[in-house]
Design a protein around this ligand. Structure first.
Ligand SMILES: Cc1cc2nc3c(=O)[nH]c(=O)nc-3n(C[C@H](O)[C@H](O)[C@H](O)COP(=O)(O)OP(=O)(O)OC[C@H]3O[C@@H](n4cnc5c(N)ncnc54)[C@H](O)[C@@H]3O)c2cc1C
Length: 458
């Protein structure tokens, strides 16, 4: 074997995407080196446990039985029996999506939009929501929520924001019904790569969401290096040839990045062809996990709060789905606040954030103050990719590939896509199959070099 094929594929990031990539390449006998900037694996898929018996998930809470099986941890998972969402409007909760149709103006607007077959193509997210849901539902629910999580006005966002909301009304109805009949939280809107059906439901791994990543890392002994941010990706003649880590250069057969794309744009040395990625934005998020006495304090597992009086947009009472995440007579309520790294929420001390959330939650849980036992705050600077119209053309170009030979950008932040874990896993698996094929072809070329150009056919 030529020396060149034994150069490792270098992977940046030991979240779900990086570990999936390493796992599949290693299984195909491709040498791998994985560098992680942080001091732990799993990235956004981490869970933390405290001495009082509470478990806090960092980003993800809900994974499918199909993903757990694929990763080989199906027997280490508990079935999630219940999952439902509501919207809090005018002091009342409405189940999402169908309960909202009890409001006559939302029903009428929704019906009109469904019957309007002459809809043109929407350019902005605002137009897309109005055309798809009708004015009332768009203006009172969908648009304010989108603006809260993205931090951008809906008319400045691309209509591609709607691409993630894929399921039809009939499909959603069927999946909700299947959930009731099977008494399992049938997955609805969590997978786009593979079909959702009554047999795909949420599970929770023993030890937390990070167990998925630990399973993938199990056969990667000695290949993962923590606290080692990749400083540069070296490119020569439009091909990735290595990386710089800890000031030292290392050759690579290919480089796979799971870093946010605006960071990737700055990591490249040797070409400016990805400089267009640097203005791409991600929305930072603060998660305030309130520890409360009692349980069943919210109308259901997830409650969306689109009204302007609320500084947060989503509340999740995870123990309603996963009772084991809190002691029996207690609960956790996760408050999602979209923010910027320069604003008051990002900077606010944890205790003050807890008090702030409690004060704003009194209209939903009147006795919350007497139930409050403390909070644990988590922050991430890269929660949601923001699809601004100003870089929509570049976003679509990037979706077709990096344009640099042997450089792949994968995962939620690396693809700049609103994807959940099963899709991260599936998409990464497919791309690693392509990379393995491409490396094999490159190896064949290096063993049997083409000596003369092919004859022209015409
Ligand atoms: C608020 C929120 C809720 C979610 N809820 C769900 C859910 O319920 N169900 C679900 O399936 N999915 C959910 N997701 C999505 C899921 O968490 C992600 O899709 C998945 O964890 C992304 O994995 P990743 O490997 O792509 O990225 P990450 O987990 O972000 O991993 C990237 C890693 O790369 C490292 N890194 C970055 N730069 C460098 C560098 N230069 N050198 C070395 N390392 C570097 C980072 O430290 C990080 O560890 C949620 C996401 C968010 C934000």
């Amino acid at each position: 074997m030529k020396a060149s094929i034994r150069k490792p594929v270098v992977i940046l990031g030991a979240g779900l995407a990086g570990l999936t990539a390493a796992h599949f390449l290693h299984r195909n006998d491709v040498p791998v080196r994985l560098f992680e900037a942080g001091n732990k694996i799993a990235g956004l898929a981490q869970s933390f446990h405290d001495e009082e018996g509470f478990t806090y998930d960092f980003g993800a809470h809900f994974v499918t039985n199909r993903l757990a099986k694929a990763v080989g941890i199906a027997d280490k998972c508990r079935t999630v029996r219940h999952y439902a969402e509501t919207v809090w409007l005018g002091g009342k909760s409405y189940s999402y999506p169908f309960g909202l149709l009890r409001i006559p103006r939302m029903f009428a607007g929704g019906l009109r939009s469904q019957l309007n077959l002459s809809q043109g193509k929407s350019a902005t997210a605002a137009e897309w929501f109005r055309a798809s849901y009708g004015d009332a539902l768009a203006d009172e629910v969908a648009i304010p929520l989108t603006e809260a999580w993205s931090g951008a006005k809906a008319d400045k966002l691309s209509s591609a924001v709607g691409d993630g909301i894929a399921n039809s009304v009939a499909q959603t109805l069927w999946l909700k019904l299947a959930s009731r009949l099977t008494r399992r939280a049938v997955s609805c809107g969590y997978s786009r790569e593979l079909p959702e059906n009554a047999g795909v439901y949420h599970v929770y791994p023993e030890g937390g969401i990070g167990t998925l990543c630990q399973a993938l890392a199990a056969d990667l002994n000695g290949m993962i290096q923590l606290e080692s941010p990749v400083e540069k990706i070296l490119v020569e003649q439009d091909k990735a040839i290595g990386v710089r880590v800890g000031g030292r250069e290392m050759e690579a057969a290919a480089v796979i990045s799971t870093a946010p794309v605006n960071v990737l744009g700055k990591l490249i040395e040797g070409t400016s062809s990805l400089a267009y990625l640097t203005p791409f934005r991600y929305r930072p998020m603060v998660f305030v996990n309130l520890r409360l006495h009692g349980r069943g304090l919210l109308p259901d597992v997830v409650t969306w709060t689109p009204e302007a009086q609320y500084p947060f947009f989503r509340l999740t009472e995870t123990p309603l789905s996963m009772p084991w995440l809190a002691p029996a007579d207690k609960t956790i309520l996760t408050v999602d606040i979209g923010c910027e790294k320069s604003d008051e929420f990002w900077q606010m001390a944890d205790e003050r954030l807890g008090e702030f959330c409690v004060a704003h939650l009194q209209t939903i849980i009147p006795d919350i103050r007497s139930r409050f036992e403390g909070c644990r705050v988590m922050r991430t600077p890269v929660a949601y990719p923001v699809f601004l119209r100003e870089y929509e053309t570049e976003r679509q170009k990037f979706a077709r590939g990096t344009g640099i030979g042997n450089l792949y950008s994968i995962g939620r932040n690396g693809e700049f896509m609103h994807i959940f874990m099963e899709d991260v896993y599936e998409r990464t698996k497919q791309r690693m199959a392509q990379l393995t094929q491409s490396l094999t072809a490159q190896k064949r070329l290096s063993v049997f070099p083409v000596l003369s150009p092919k004859p022209q056919l015409s």
